[in-house]
Design a protein around this ligand. Sequence first.
Ligand SMILES: Nc1nc2c(c(=O)[nH]1)N[C@H]1C(S)=C(S)[C@@H](COP(=O)(O)OP(=O)(O)OC[C@H]3O[C@@H](n4cnc5c(=O)[nH]c(N)nc54)[C@H](O)[C@@H]3O)O[C@H]1N2
Ligand SMILES: Nc1nc2c(c(=O)[nH]1)N[C@H]1C(S)=C(S)[C@@H](COP(=O)(O)OP(=O)(O)OC[C@H]3O[C@@H](n4cnc5c(=O)[nH]c(N)nc54)[C@H](O)[C@@H]3O)O[C@H]1N2
Ligand SMILES: [Mo]
Length: 645
Amino acid sequence: FERVSWEEALDEIGTRLGRILDERSGPALGWYMGNPGAFSYSHPLWVKALLDAVGSPHWYTASSQDVSNRFAASAFLYGSPFLLPIPDLARTDLLLMVGANPLVSHGSVMSAPRVKDQLHAITERGGRVVVVDPRRSETARAFEHLAVNPDSDAWLLLSLLHVIFAGGLEDALAIERQASGTEALRALAAKHPPEVTEERTGVPAARVRELARDLARAEHAAVYGRTGSCLGRNGTLVSYLLDALNVVTGNLDREGGAMFGNPPIAFDKVADRIGAGTYGKVRSRIGGFPEVLGALPASLMAKEIRAPGEGQLRALFVSAGNPVLSVPNGDELEAAMRELDLFVSIDLYVTETNREADFVLPATTFLEREDFPLPFLPLFTTPFVQWTDPLVEPAGEARQEWEVIEQIAKRVGVVPSSSRLGRVLGRIGLKLSPQRLMDLLLRTGSKGDWFGLRRGGLSLRKLRDNPHGVVLAEHLEPGVLPDKIRHRDKRVRLDPPEIIEDAGRLAARNGRDPEFPLRLIGLRELRSHNSWMHNARLLMRGGRVHAARIHPDDAEGHGIEDGEPCRISSPHGSIELPALVTDEIVAGTVAVPHGWGHQRGGWSVAREAGGANVNALSSSEPEDLERLAGMAHLNGIPVRIELAS
Ligand SMILES: Nc1nc2c(c(=O)[nH]1)N[C@H]1C(S)=C(S)[C@@H](COP(=O)(O)OP(=O)(O)OC[C@H]3O[C@@H](n4cnc5c(=O)[nH]c(N)nc54)[C@H](O)[C@@H]3O)O[C@H]1N2
Ligand SMILES: Nc1nc2c(c(=O)[nH]1)N[C@H]1C(S)=C(S)[C@@H](COP(=O)(O)OP(=O)(O)OC[C@H]3O[C@@H](n4cnc5c(=O)[nH]c(N)nc54)[C@H](O)[C@@H]3O)O[C@H]1N2
Ligand SMILES: [Mo]
């Protein structure tokens, strides 16, 4: 790389992008925004506005490797992809956690400070926390562990429902009041007694029966799932079943159960107004997958770049992401990105992804910019709002993404603001900055000051006067669902045909493949943050290595000893890693963290740490993506292991 000035970089990017947009028929500009983008309120708003302004559907995010099917399930259940139930940690007696490890992850799609303390508080007041996971994770170790085979949650949840319905343990009143289409769910559950699903899940039928009864009888129970529930073959179905369990046990939208935030800015309503709260409004050019909140499957980016024709992706921006490591088949993506007409990155580092970009633009970190937890407002288990000003000056020449986007947009002659609000402000000569937008939304929101009409109401100024944030209520509010559901009858829809159909295909799903008899899953480590903390020397102390967790029985069966190098192969690729033999995972499972494999990045410490890209084992083929949300299949991949010579 050669150092240039911002002006030079922006001018050349503008010129080249302008030419590409002129020459190409159809939308040629695409953007991949990675995980840290979601933790900067202005970043996604401005990216999406730019893509909308040029009329491009090529919007890709980490969500299709994370949470898109959770949104899709909500679109089916509630008519709104934004309605995400969160467990009422403060008041629940029984928390069932499926595929989540908050002691390491600190909680996801649930914002709960000191989550570890909050979980311990449940058991301290006599309640229970049950963790469904193929690995005796840090959270499972601290509470009750229900070991399950990888990617078998759909069967487990169906069996729980089976026991509840068969025993007449359902909360008939709650169902009557809240739901529609219960018969379809009942019929589905009827086909899955725990004695039949035991073989798939590895959970003894007696334990399933006991847990189902406990769930039904608990005064306040909440069922919650996270990445482990989303990255299998049927993630939308699994998310739907998690919520269905909450409904059927009478715990949805009720104190101590799975509740919905009622934030001071109704993000769902704002998104609806600007046309962003969508599911399936457009479909991907390759594979015909539905968009989820406007985003298409990132697994398909390589093919979208390569497949000629109208709408071919020719100019790609990547911000706050490292898709060469985080998306299936990074080799394919890396090669495709080299063929782009323009490839721009906004990042803090030179990574495995942007090392061949035409430009790497330096971004501010979270300490160098203002922020506001806009998308997380409905996810706080204690209703809360906070504005943070930058703590330190940007290092070097770092800039915020939204400012960079404005500069580029100006050079190609578009206004990155498709929102009506933006246009109205423009007309009266006010420039819509993210800050001004938040102030407006806050002041006109349900707790706003209405520009002085409501005394003590919220405004940006008020938040600035309270730098530690404002707690809005002690607890989440029950009974907010009817106002938020978009279905006309205001009921939770338990019979969406797409999901019922998907469940119908469960029986046809393959069992063990003799050629690839083991199942690969992921895990998160406390001192890693996806791919980008491996360059921090402090976090890498103690000789950390990337390793594959295998069960002692599997190790013995393959003649592999702890620490020995082994080769892990799937139908899609193979990697080599040292074995870490541990009985914390169920036999037949291999667990490998993602975000490693830094031999080719520009970072010095991370490069030494090395490791392997586990996503060389996952597939970017359309037929391997989850049908209803286009999610990558990252947990439960069939693999085999052998001693590497
Ligand atoms: N320290 C740290 N914190 C993080 C991150 C990080 O990289 N490091 N990443 C952040 C991000 S981007 C996210 S999305 C969140 C994720 O938040 P979580 O989902 O809570 O985090 P994970 O630790 O990945 O927990 C997923 C669990 O699912 C289990 N699992 C795997 N396959 C299956 C399965 O088929 N069924 C079931 N039931 N369980 C399964 C895994 O063993 C693992 O324990 O964490 C965030 N927090
Ligand atoms: N096999 C497997 N694969 C997975 C997962 C899994 O569980 N298993 N998890 C998936 C999940 S949940 C996620 S979220 C993805 C994460 O994958 P990605 O979002 O694609 O990548 P990250 O590793 O989070 O990389 C973030 C990049 O952003 C940069 N960065 C940090 N802060 C900023 C900022 O403020 N601005 C800018 N412009 N750049 C910044 C960092 O330097 C880093 O290069 O991985 C997914 N991939
Ligand atoms: Mo994530």
